[in-house]
Design a protein around this ligand. Structure first.
Ligand code: HEM
Length: 448
């Protein structure tokens, strides 16, 4: 059985959700409840909008689902985002340990060094009285963190400049017209030609990087190094084409998402001075220059990171293409249609998060939420591979800004969430004035 839903044409429904996901979600949930029949340009289906229905989608047998054709066409056939079933499970088993626990811990010092380096811009802005757009700052910062931790490009210089240009070029060539279907994936379509040229430049750059690593005999301790040494259960290693596809996926899935989340986090802390003061109290309590793993484990900072991802979900929804009929409660998604989990609906469900529009990190200290309730990174076997990496980066940036800098928003006008490719980001990018460095007397009271 199919649930009720709007009867407007697919184009209109897609346009409404893409441009105004929050308003669309609010009225749809109020009118139809937690399962909504939809028509869209990526296919028809059912959108699930409660923690219980999300749980059932995430718990489903992965063999139920396939991946839409656009994904392998853009990311490459062996990219984690593009594979399904057994191949996907095999890849996750190999990749998961590279993004969890000790591995992420080994990247923390690098993250902090890169972050501190970039925050130096605030010094100049304080001196000159110019304002700073946090999203611009967070983008260069996130790019350099990926360059160091994933690709091992360390020193500032020609090589780093070239790498930045290749990666940024590839990302900017992923036009929305190429993402919404394969019908424009033809050489006569200029954006597709641009995309192919940039992807070829990326592949050539990665090939040179892999050849240099092998020639030097030191595979490296960054993500590239761990992919080169990784072995599947049957003893085989990843081929170079697969490594290229995985690196492209990590870049595209990890860059804009994290940079946008940083901008939102800074915005909410500056809008809520009492919360910022409480965070500063907790971080000051860790002593001068706390070890970086102590900082990221500070419970109030963790709560700030979670609340920021909840109040402004970066990704509004995740989709699963059903190979066979898929039943959730009373409803069945027909074969060939799409099961969507509306992350935004769950993260702003007042039954779970009272006064959902308020930024209140304390809610994460008052109770724990299960994986289907707090789901900014999606869920199930496809849950974001980089979640721990992103949370650590967010904690370090927000913790360092809160402890070291005095900033204020340049405008009292609230930021509106607008879509940029797949992410929802602050429309003006969070413009701040820098009032100076914060000084703390760790023997006692805060000095400034
Ligand atoms: C705040 C930052 C981030 C957010 C909000 C985010 C969110 C998401 C979401 C919602 C998904 C889809 C999950 C699903 O289908 O259920 C996803 C998948 C993925 N993300 Fe992230 N992500 C972030 C950062 C990162 C980073 C830093 C990396 C890598 C370093 C990364 C790598 C991936 C990969 C590889 C997948 C595909 C997983 C799969 O299909 O098995 N993400 N992410």
């Amino acid at each position: 059985m199919l649930p009720p839903g709007p009867r407007t044409p697919a184009f209109w429904q897609t346009y409404r959700f893409v441009t105004r996901p929050r308003e669309t979600t609010e009225w749809q949930v109020a009118k139809y409840g937690d399962a909504i029949r939809f028509r869209s340009l990526i296919g028809n289906g059912i959108a699930f909008a409660s923690a219980e229905t999300a749980r059932q989608v995430f718990a489903a047998d992965p063999g139920t689902f396939d991946v839409p054709k656009t994904i392998p066409a853009l990311f490459g056939p062996q990219a984690l985002l593009a594979t399904a079933g057994d191949t996907h499970r095999r890849q996750r088993k190999l990749l998961n340990p590279r993004f969890h626990g000790a591995r992420v811990k080994s990247y923390l010092e690098t993250m902090r060094r890169v972050i501190r380096g970039h925050l130096g811009v605030l010094e100049g802005a304080a001196a000159s009285g110019t304002s700073v757009v946090i999203r611009d700052l967070s983008q260069t910062m996130t790019m350099d963190i990926i360059l160091e931790t994933v690709f091992g490009v360390r020193a500032e210089g020609v090589e780093r400049g070239r790498a930045r240009a290749i990666l940024a070029g590839l990302m900017s060539s992923m036009a929305p017209s190429l993402v919404s279907g394969t019908f424009l994936h033809h050489r006569w379509f200029p954006p597709w030609r641009t995309f192919l040229a940039r992807r070829a430049a990326f592949d050539a750059w990665v090939d040179a990087l892999l050849a240099a690593r092998r020639a030097s005999g030191d595979l490296g301790s960054d993500v590239v190094g761990t992919l080169l040494e990784a072995r599947y259960d049957d003893g085989t290693s990843m081929g170079d084409p697969e490594i290229r596809d995985q690196l492209m996926t990590l870049l595209l899935a990890g860059y804009e998402t994290t940079a946008t989340a940083v901008a939102w986090g800074v915005y909410w802390l500056l809008r809520e001075p009492a919360t910022l003061a409480r965070l500063q109290e907790h971080i000051d309590g860790l002593g001068p220059n706390p070890p970086v793993d102590g900082l990221v484990r500070c419970p109030y900072l963790e709560a700030v990171v979670s609340e920021s991802l909840r109040v402004e979900p970066i990704v509004t929804d995740v989709a699963r293409l059903c190979k066979k009929p898929f039943t959730v409660g009373r409803w069945t998604v027909p074969a060939g249609e799409v099961a969507v989990v509306n992350l935004l609906a769950v993260l702003s469900d007042p039954r779970l998060f009272p006064e959902p529009e308020r930024f209140r990190p304390e809610r994460f200290l008052d109770r724990t939420f299960n994986a289907a309730e707090f789901l900014p990174f999606g869920g199930g076997t496809r849950r974001c591979l980089g979640a721990a990496f992103a949370e650590a980066e967010l904690a370090i940036v927000l913790g360092t800004i809160a402890s070291d800098w005095k900033l204020e928003l340049a405008s009292n006008e609230p930021e509106r969430a607008v879509r940029r490719n797949i992410t929802m980001g602050p429309e003006r990018g969070v413009v701040v004035r820098v009032l100076g460095r914060r000084a703390v007397d760790h023997a006692g009271a805060k000095v400034a």
